[in-house]
Design a protein around this ligand. Structure first.
Ligand code: NAP
Length: 246
């Protein structure tokens, strides 16, 4: 991998779906890919939360509603995309929820189900529904946003940790199943990043000492580009901070 030599001028004109583009890491990826001249379909549960991107990038940004608690919402997003686009080059499964931080013996069942639905079951459905359009790309990439507690499950992180661990499995299986197609599938662990999810998880932490969402972009940009051929791998965004000039 030669991420340092990635020429961002060539990362343009791609059609990219980014779930959870209203804030945090997804918003930052969307903004950068739009700045570079790509077409971005960005989602939120509340379309108004995407207004700032819609105003700034009114030609290339397509705001769409998605609530990963609902399989109907996933199917309706896939159907809207199929009406408006011939193909998708990059799918970034970024949206997610934290659930509770609690020991399994105390974990609330409803919170467990919701976290697994949003972070795992409907991620699977979204990937499955969009796969036919990614297969139409000359160079497809699926990027799954994971976590360090997904790479190695950790006590007290409950359904969040287990859902991310399972998504590492989805990535591993899917990359193997698509090995003869022109689609790469990888996970990215952003590492602790100053967002609202991180504040909820670590309320006492000084977030000014953490990387900002824009700092963790390089590996997401690399995996979105034509340069990336790695598949079935788990990347840590922190290893690539500062390697790209943008
Ligand atoms: N920040 C970190 O330190 C860190 C570390 C490791 C992994 N991650 C992972 O990185 C990804 C982005 O996290 P973040 O820190 O940027 O979080 P964030 O600031 O809380 O943003 C989460 C995004 O997910 C969307 N979302 C939440 N619930 C949803 C639902 N039910 N259906 C559809 N979309 C939903 C939100 O959109 P709306 O509310 O507008 O719908 C929002 O855009 C997540 O997968 C997270 O697990 C983050």
């Amino acid at each position: 991998m030669n991420i340092k030599n990635l020429d961002l001028q060539f990362l343009k004109s791609k059609t990219v779906v980014i779930t959870g583009s209203s804030r945090g890491i997804g918003h930052s990826i969307a903004k950068k890919l739009l700045d570079l001249g790509n077409i971005v379909i960005g989602t939120s549960r509340e379309i108004k939360s995407l207004d700032s991107l819609s105003r700034k990038f009114n030609r290339n940004f397509y705001p769409m509603e998605l609530n990963l608690e609902s399989s109907e919402s996933v199917e309706s997003l896939a159907s809207l995309i199929s009406n408006d686009f011939d193909k998708i080059d990059v799918l970034i499964c970024n949206a997610g929820v934290l659930g509770d931080l609690n020991y399994i013996e105390n974990y609330n069942y409803q919170t467990w189900c919701k976290t697994m639905t949003v972070n795992l079951n409907n991620q699977f459905l979204l990937i499955q529904k969009l796969l036919p359009f990614i297969q139409k790309s000359k160079k497809g990439s699926i990027i799954i946003t994971s976590s360090s507690v997904g790479q190695k499950p950790r006590e007290n992180w409950g359904a969040y940790s287990i859902s991310k661990y399972a998504m590492e499995g989805v990535s591993s299986i899917l990359s193997a199943e698509l090995k003869d197609k022109n689609i790469i599938v990888n996970t990215v662990n952003p590492g602790g990043t100053a967002t609202s999810m991180r504040r909820d998880a670590m309320p006492k932490e000084d977030s000014s000492k953490l990387p900002q969402p824009s700092d963790v972009l390089p590996i997401f940009l690399y995996l979105s580009s034509n340069e990336a051929h790695e598949t079935g791998q788990s990347f840590n965004a922190r290893d690539y901070i500062g390697l790209l000039n943008f």
